[in-house]
Design a protein around this ligand. Structure first.
Ligand code: NAG
Ligand code: NAG
Ligand code: NAG
Ligand code: NAG
Ligand code: NAG
Ligand code: NAG
Ligand code: NAG
Ligand code: NAG
Ligand code: NAG
Ligand code: NAG
Ligand code: NAG
Length: 782
């Protein structure tokens, strides 16, 4: 990454123009006052005098690259529709936030703090970029360091900065990436003179996605050991205003329920202490103007690129400013740094939208599809699959599996996935109390070996095609059953804390993936199976949280180890389509998406529940990343019976469509519908994978949830429309589209044509006679 030391000529021209405008506006203003002038007013001041308007100038550029202007005093990051600006308070060396929001040009007014009385000093009344602790800012800090002497005061002051084209990778951590045309990076160097601790803040801007990505690199240049006790990747101080926030909460089989609430005085937050990102709360936060909606108003989205425990805190302070912190969970972090050592935080993505929550989601979707997911399958058509789990569970043998594969092929399925139960020799995996850790095919279930089964299944042709069936396999490599050869050989590999009992969940323990020997064991076990035959899909499951940990740094060390495992395996087997899973969506996060292009969204396959779960998940994650299956009825989780079309239509809104059933066990009429649904899923798949998603109405608010996907070239669109309860003797609602070209005309399902303006301002009606009705409608630009 080249350090750019010369001005880019066009940027300079723009700047001169802006500067000239700035002078015009400035001529009548008083001379520029600095914040220090405000600070020097006497403490006991009771009345606020006339406060002159001062301006904070646009950086006097001496380092610049597309999107970044900086001069060592002020910093400006600019995207198509976003500006992010901050400056150095030259009397304190503190970084002060000026603006994160809509695109602005030119000089901006300096924020006035007003009289400073009472216990809270100026430092506690301003908007800070990277708040440290112990010097009078009583809000939650972005960083807390226990210095070698024991105290937790720090004093990080501005030192210097660098601007780079492109974006350096983060060692050992997943991170967004991009070419030198797509992203540029500002690194601001802070230093604490008293403890000799350095903090480098990295800000990358993806101008086209209105996204700013931040991480922090803390280095101990002192002589003693220090401990990092908290470290937020993103810290944003919003001005004095009312705000709402959205989080995604849930539990097993109930992921990603959207929760919107007012930001109140004090701290409100959420997070995970489970060792993984978890079903309980997703590492995602949206902050918005209280009047913002799905399609209008200002929204800020924060998405943490990490798969372990995390915390999000939103604190409205006494002065009315709101601080949002997103980072590693301090309750699971106590990271020792010896002399010369560094800790890199994971990164947090922040996007700004002036088109409501939907605009925020589309920015994240685009960024993640193009600049986060490394797999070559990120936007490639996904094969319709059949997973054996809900059909056969863990009770099967070679002939029942082969039969299921044949039935799948006859329906037009392209990928057959063998789920749990295929492994274990001395401790065969015939139920969930044995076998995890012993990654060898069960010789009694597969007397001729697994490769034999794979060969016979991959020689089947999907119905009426020349396409051979692909074969996929389930793994849960981070786990071990005490009933396993692995545990008997290596009890020390399971996470434990001294002689405290090793608490089992689902009869299993968690391997300490922080240990290099455990990482190598997992890499070798999975490689051996994948090398043994033509396996082109892996479902990587993870079915419990972490309890007993040997130390407070284990949580993060585990993640670094896991990322090494993911990196080695996905690099070694690039032809494999990897799917993440953790009892459903227990680890649905951007960290996993770096390596795996799709994740199983939920173990709840009830299609009504799935509308809420998939729409919630889509707040932060592209639909291309969601695995969604049509399962048998009554549904295994809810007992509900839904029409097969409804189940199919909900599942095909996910990038990876599949079946989760035994075709031999379902009613003939349902079975007859499957080939048509598979064909329809394959038809919509390219639009789902790379198109823009518009949530037209939400399941929490409407009996008629609806989603529109518009293809990347804007020529095609597909509408999914659902009716949950019957609609007796009421008028038929109109569904208004979004995101179309108002002047263009579109054909609706190949017959009637309307302009985009009619479709968006008036809409279409879809009378549905029953409950649980659904429609899939194609729009084609003429
Ligand atoms: C601080 O910056 C202001 C302008 O923002 C300038 O007037 C003042 O001289 C600076 N003070 C120092 C000590 O550099
Ligand atoms: C950029 O500006 C800063 C602050 O004015 C100054 O300290 C630095 O030397 C300048 N760098 C270059 C390359 O001109
Ligand atoms: C940016 O703003 C322009 C003009 O308002 C608008 O047309 C465009 O859709 C916006 N882009 C994004 C990504 O929001
Ligand atoms: C830090 O210490 C150095 C050397 O002791 C001194 O030159 C510098 O001014 C100090 N910086 C601050 C911000 O106190
Ligand atoms: C973090 O800072 C240290 C010390 O400056 C440096 O050696 C290391 O390369 C930095 N890490 C990253 C990812 O920039
Ligand atoms: C720092 O920590 C290391 C490892 O725990 C220990 O060996 C060393 O003695 C410590 N140094 C100091 C100055 O406390
Ligand atoms: C496989 O399982 C089926 C169903 O339980 C049974 O009928 C069949 O005999 C078994 N086949 C073998 C080879 O064990
Ligand atoms: C395959 O073609 C046959 C004959 O046209 C047809 O009956 C059958 O339904 C087709 N199967 C699928 C899955 O499309
Ligand atoms: C081991 O398996 C046996 C039966 O296969 C079961 O009864 C026992 O509970 C299992 N033990 C553990 C520790 O899970
Ligand atoms: C599996 O094959 C890959 C190359 O395809 C090789 O790099 C790796 O070492 C093999 N691993 C094992 C355990 O055989
Ligand atoms: C459009 O045409 C399809 C058949 O191509 C038909 O089923 C549908 O009812 C027609 N819709 C309208 C609104 O005319």
């Amino acid at each position: 990454m080249a350090v750019v030391s010369q001005c880019v000529s066009t940027a300079e021209k723009v700047r001169h123009h802006i500067k000239w405008l700035g002078h015009l506006v400035q001529w009548w203003l008083l001379p520029a006052w600095s914040l220090s002038a405000v600070q020097s007013w006497p403490q006991a001041q009771q009345t606020v005098p006339f406060i002159p308007v001062t301006t904070r100038q646009l950086p006097d550029v001496n380092q610049s690259y597309a999107g970044i202007i900086a001069d060592g005093s002020s910093f400006s990051l600019n995207g198509d529709n976003v500006s992010y600006r901050f400056h150095v308070d030259n009397s304190t060396g503190d970084l002060i936030s000026d603006h994160f929001g809509g695109s602005v040009l030119g000089d901006i007014p300096t924020e006035v703090t007003g009289a400073v009385n009472g216990w809270v000093n100026t430092i506690g009344r301003v908007r800070r970029e990277f708040p440290d602790q112990g010097r009078g800012d009583f809000r939650q800090p972005a960083i807390r360091i226990r210095q070698s002497e024991g105290y937790t005061v720090s004093d990080l002051r501005y030192q210097s900065y660098t601007v780079k084209q492109g974006k350096p990778s983060l060692p050992s951590l997943p991170a967004t990436f991009g070419s030198e045309d797509e992203v540029s990076t500002l690194i601001v160097h802070l230093y604490d003179n008293y403890s000799s601790v350095a903090a480098d803040l990295s800000y990358s801007i993806f101008p086209k996605h209105n996204a700013i990505v931040r991480s922090a690199n803390i280095t101990n240049h002192g002589k003693g050991n220090i401990t990092i006790e908290s470290l937020a990747s993103m810290s944003v101080d919003f001005p004095y205003e009312d705000l709402d926030m959205i989080s995604l909460r849930g539990d097993w089989a109930r992921e990603a329920h959207r929760e919107r609430r007012r930001v109140e005085y004090g701290t409100q937050g959420f997070g995970s202490t489970t060792g993984y990102s978890s079903h309980l709360h997703n590492p995602f936060l949206a902050v918005m103007d209280p009047s913002s909606t799905e399609s209008s108003g200002e929204v800020w989205g924060f998405s943490f690129v990490y798969s372990g425990s995390f915390s999000v805190d939103v604190e409205k302070g006494s002065q009315g400013l709101t601080r949002a912190l997103v980072g590693l969970n301090p309750s699971q972090l106590s990271w020792s740094l010896g002399p010369g050592e560094s800790l890199n935080s994971p990164e947090c993505v922040a996007v700004y939208s002036e088109n409501g929550v939907g605009g925020m989601s589309r920015s994240l979707h685009n960024l993640y599809r193009k600049n986060l997911i490394k797999s070559k399958f990120a936007m490639a058509d996904r094969p319709a699959l059949l997973n054996s789990w809900e059909g056969l569970g863990s009770t099967f043998n070679e002939s029942t599996i082969s039969q299921l594969a044949k039935e799948s092929a006859a329906l037009g399925i392209k990928l057959f996935v063998l789920d749990d139960g295929w492994f274990g020799d001395k401790y065969p995996r015939t139920s969930d109390d044995a076998g995890l850790g012993d990654w060898i095919p069960n010789p009694r279930r597969f007397p001729d070996g697994l490769p034999h089964v794979v060969d016979s299944i991959t020689s089947l042709k999907a119905a009426n095609t020349s396409t051979n069936l692909r074969f996929g396999l389930w793994f849960e490599p981070e786990m071990v059953n005490p009933n396993s050869s692995l545990y008997h050989e290596h009890p020390e590999w399971a996470l434990h804390a001294g002689s405290y009992p090793r608490t089992e969940t689902r009869n299993q323990l968690v391997l300490n993936v922080a240990l290099p020997e455990v990482q190598d064991f997992i890499i070798d076990s999975v490689s051996n199976i994948l090398n043994s035959s033509d396996i082109t899909y892996v479902k990587w499951d993870n079915n419990r949280g972490i309890h007993e940990m040997p130390s407070s740094s284990t949580d993060h060390e585990y993640m670094l180890g896991l990322y090494r495992v993911f990196d080695v395996l996905t690099t070694r087997f690039p032809e494999v389509l990897w799917e993440g899973c953790a009892s459903g969506g227990g680890r649905f996060d951007p960290g996993v998406l770096q390596y795996f292009p799709q994740i199983w969204t939920s173990d709840d396959t009830d299609a009504v529940e799935r509308i809420t779960i998939q729409m919630g998940t889509s707040l932060a994650y592209p639909p291309s990343a969601m695995g969604a299956h049509l399962s048998a009825v009554p549904n295994q989780q809810t007992g509900r019976t839904l029409p097969v079309d409804f189940r199919g239509h909900v599942a095909m809104m996910g990038g990876s469509f599949g079946l989760e059933l035994d075709p031999a066990e379902i009613p003939e009429s349902d079975k007859a519908a499957l080939p048509g649904l598979i064909e329809l899923a394959e038809k919509v798949n390219p639009i789902i994978l790379s198109g823009d998603m518009y949530r037209l109405s939400l399941p929490e608010e409407s009996n008629w949830p609806a989603v529109l996907f518009i293809s990347e070239d804007a020529k095609q669109a597909v509408l999914f429309y659902f009716q949950i309860n019957p609609n007796i003797n009421s008028a038929i609602p109109w569904v208004k589209m979004q995101g179309l070209d108002p002047k263009a005309t579109y054909s609706v399902d190949g017959n009637a044509t309307y302009t985009g303006s009619v479709l968006m301002k008036i809409g279409l009606q879809f009378p549905i006679a029953t409950d649980y009705g659904s429609k899939v409608v194609f729009l084609e630009k003429q």
